[in-house]
Write a protein that binds this ligand. Sequence first.
Ligand SMILES: [Zn+2]
Length: 691
Amino acid sequence: MKSHLNLGAALIALVMAGSIAACENNPGGTATTSAQEKSAKIGAWGVDLDQRDLTVNPGDDFNAYVNGEWMKTTEIPADLSRYGMFDQLRLDAEGDVRAIVEELAAKEAAPGSLEQKVGDFYGSWMNVAALDEIGVAAAQPHLDAIYAIDSPEGLMKAYASQHGDAPFGVGIIPDPADTTRYVAIIGQSGLGMPDRDYYLKEDQRFADYRAAYKNYVAAVMELAGLEDAATRADTVIALETSLAEIHWSAQDSRNIQKIYNPMSPEALAALAPEFDWSLVFEEVGLGGVNTFVVLQPTEIDAAAELFAATPMDVLKDYLAFHFINEQAANLSTAFDDASFEFFGRTLQGTEEKRERWKRGIQQVNGGLGEAVGQIYLERHFPPSYKAEMEVLVGNLTAALEERLQLNEWMDDETREGALLKLSTFEAKIGYTEKWTDYGPLEIGADTLLENALAITEFQWQEQLDRLEGPVDRVIWPYPPQTVNASYNPLLNQITFPAGILQAPFFDPSADPAVNYGGIGAVIGHEIGHGFDDQGRRFDEAGRIRDWWTQTADERFKAKTDALGGQYETYEPVEGLFINGELTMGENIGDLGGLQMAYAAYHRHLDACCGGEAPVIDGLTGDQRFFLGWGQVWRAKAREDEIRRRLVTDPHSPPEYRVNGVVRNLDAWYDAFEITEDSALYLAPEERVRIW
Ligand SMILES: [Zn+2]
C-alpha cells in the first residue's frame, strides 16, 4: 500500500523535512522561584531527577548522567524495538485515539458518515476471525491478475499500481523551481528489505538478515499457494539483489543537488527506453504532465534495463511477493505473523507483536487520521497552547535573527539571504484549518484488504486533484494527534501538531528552562533544517537557488565537515559507525536548535527577570536547560533496531543527540564545570558553532 505515497514521504523524510523524534516541556511564563508552586507533569518542575545517575561525571557521559538510573532500571517492552520519552507519549496518544475510535464505532452511524467509515475500518481491522476464515482468498483476485499478465503492457500497468511495490515510484510535491505549483516526481523503489545495505553489506549480522529474508520470502510464497516456493524466492531475491546494486545510497538520496533532475517525458523515455512511461503515466493519472523530477536517474536507467532483461515469470513472482509483502498486515494471521517474524523480530529485535488494537489505531491514524483528529483536539489541546507556542516560536526566531546579525563567518550578502529566508518562515501549530473531505472514500464492514487499498487510492487521488491548481499551503502533512514535528523546505514551513505539544514535550506548568531545553530546542531544530546542509539550498520562497557566496559556502562546509567528522567516530553497535553524511542534516538541526534555544532562554530571562534564573533544587537555570534536553532523548533500543536505524534513519541514535551536541556548546562546559580530563571534552577550537 505504498509505492506512490511512500516516495513522497521518503522524499519529505530523507531529503527535506526533518522530523524530530523526541522532546519535552514548554514555553515560558515567568521563572519559577518555588518548585512547589506549580505542578509540572514530570517531577516538581519538569525533570525527573530520580532518573539521573549521579555517579557519572556529566563531562564523561552527559546522557548517562541525566538518564543513567532510567537506563539501568528500564526494560524495553516486549512489543517495542525502542522505548523512551518519545515512545511513552506516542503510547499515550494511542490510548487517547482509541477512546475516540471506540466511541465512534459504537454509534449508530449513517452509511457514508465519518462514524461509519472509522467504525467499519477499525472493525474490519479488529475482526481477525473473519480474516483467518477467508485467508489467502482475500488476496487471490489480485494475485490472479498478476499471474494473468501476458504482455509488457500488462507489466507496466502492474508497476504503476499503488498496491504493491515496483522498481520505481511516483509522487507529487511543490515544484522546487516554482513552489507555487506542483510537480510529479519519480524515484527508485522496489526492495523488500529496508535499504540496499541489507543486500550488500559483508558484515555477518547482515548475512544473517539475508538468510532470514530468504526464509520469509519463501514462507510468504508458500502461504500464497505458489509451488516450489523456495526456488522462486531465490530468483526474486536475486532480482532484488541486482536492483540493490544499482540503488543509490540513503545519503545520496537526500542530496538535493543530486536528486533534482527535471525532465520532459521525452527525456525520460530516452533515459530509460525499456519502460513504456506514457502507459505508466496514463495508468496513474499523470498523462499530459510535461515535467517530471527524476530523483535517481542512473538508477532508473539501469532498473529499466534490469527489469526488461528479466523473464516474465520471475517478474510475476516478484510482483506477487511484493503485493503480499505490502499487504501482509491486512491479511490473515499467518501472513501477519510471517511479516512480524522477519521485520519485527529479525530486523528490529522485537519480541512480541503489538496488541491488535494498538496497530489498529496506527492504521486509523494513517488512513482516516483527520476524521478523529477534530475530536482529539477538543479533548487534548487547550486553545491557550497555541498562543503559548506562538510566543516560543517568536522567541526562537528572534534568537536566530540576532545570531545571524552577529554571525562572524557569514559575509553580508549571504547574511541578507539568510535573514530574508528567516523572515518568510511559517509556523503551523496544533492542527490544520482545512480538514480532509473523506466523502469519496468508501469503507466496508468486513473487507480489510479492500479498505486498505481504497485508502491508498483515495490518498493518491487527493494528490492528483491538487496537481493542476496552485500549491495548497494550508493542508497538513499528518493529523493533529501525531507525535512529531517537521520542516518542509519547499514551503519554508515548520509544523508542530497537537500530539507533540503536551507533557513531556510541552508543559505550561514546568520551569521555562526545561521548556526551552525541550520544545524550544525542537522548534530550533526544525528552524535549523532551513539552514542545514540540504535546507540551505532552498531560498525564501522554497525554490532551489544558490544564495550563498563562495566564501560563505566554503566556511559552512568546513564547519559541517568538522561536525560530520565527530559523528563518524561514534560506534553505537560494534563494527557500525554513525554515517556522518546521512545524519548531517539532523545533527546540524540538533546543534543549531540547542544553540538557538539556549539564546532564546536567555532572551526570556532578560525580558522577565533581569537576566537571572532562580536556583531550584540546587540547579542553575542553565543546568536545568541542559537537563531538559537530555531528558528528551531518554531512550533505549534493541541492537538490531539500532543497526537498522544506522543504515536507514537520518537521525543519530538518541544518546548521541545528547552527548554529540552538548560537547559543542560553550555554555554546557560552564554550566557543569566540565574540564579537559572529561571524556566528552573538546578544546574550544574543536567545538563546532554554526549559528
Ligand atoms: Zn529533524
